[in-house]
Every structure is written in C-alpha cells, then in structure tokens.
Write a new protein. Structure first.
Length: 155
C-alpha cells in the first residue's frame, strides 16, 4: 500500500470539524518520535505550567490529566477558544519552554493531536479514572499515588 496516497487523510478528517464551547473533550498529544521527554520531572512541570495557564485564563476547565513519558492525555471542558487553537498553543508554548530549558531547538511534538468529544451522558469521573490510571496499565508504578504527573478535580 502506498502510504503517501493516504497521508492527507488526517488533514481531511479535521476539515469541517468544530469545537463546541462548554463540551468536554479528551485531548491526546504525542511527543515527536515518542521520545520519553517527560521522564524528566522538571521538563514535565514546564508543560503542566502551560496547561495550568490555559485553565487559569478560562480557556479551558481542566478536569483531569496524566502526563506519560511520551504523551499527554487531558480531559477538558473548552471555553470560547477552539480546541485546535488550544492544542496548538499548549504544544507551541511548552515546546519553547522545554527547548529553552534543554538548550535545544528540537521538534518536541508530533504534528496534530487526537481528540474525542464526550457525549453529555458520558460519566466524566469514569473517563477521568481511566485517564489517570494510565501509569498503572503501562506498568510504570504499582500504585497511582506513586506516579507524580497526574491530577483530577475529583480528589
């Protein structure tokens, strides 16, 4: 199969997509080449600071997140900022901060992101539990409390 014939599909799938203010979304972003950048706790905190800034500016209501070594899962309710803009802003600002800390100019994130709009009837707490349990399922820790890079409003 010629993969170049299908390279445009991701872009095509995003055409006509819109973000609905007030809706919950699960956003996933992956590091470039799945590099485990966030094994470094200090670099992870730089991304978390950008997520917190988005929450504090009311661009999103951050419900739950987990930062794995090579990707982020973030459950949010978006405000007026479109999801595409939010994802680009978080990825761009975190890449600048992390590259500055590493004294590099590397590509930090894979292009694009994955999102899933949650339905009104979806149980947000169950989705949050699933998200923050990622380190357990990945075998990174035996107890969730041993993993420092997650948060949820239902604590």
């Amino acid at each position: 199969m010629d993969s170049s014939r299908y390279a445009h599909r991701g872009h095509a799938l995003r055409q006509g997509r819109f973000s609905e203010p007030g809706r919950a979304y699960l956003l996933t972003a992956v590091t470039h080449g799945r590099e485990p950048i966030f094994h470094d706790w200090h670099l992870a905190r730089l991304l978390i600071a950008e997520m917190r800034a988005a929450h504090d500016s009311n661009a999103v209501e951050s419900l739950a997140w987990v930062l794995m070594p090579d990707h982020l899962h973030w459950l949010v309710v978006i405000g007026d900022m479109p999801l595409q803009t939010l994802a680009q802003r978080i990825k761009s600002r975190s890449a600048i901060a992390i590259n500055k800390a590493r004294l590099r100019h590397d590509k930090l994130w894979q292009k694009g992101f994955h999102d899933r709009a949650l339905r009104r009837e979806d149980d947000l707490q169950s989705v949050a539990r699933y998200i923050v349990a990622n380190p357990l399922r990945a075998g990174l820790v035996k107890h969730l409390g041993d993993y420092p890079l997650w948060d949820a409003i239902w604590l």
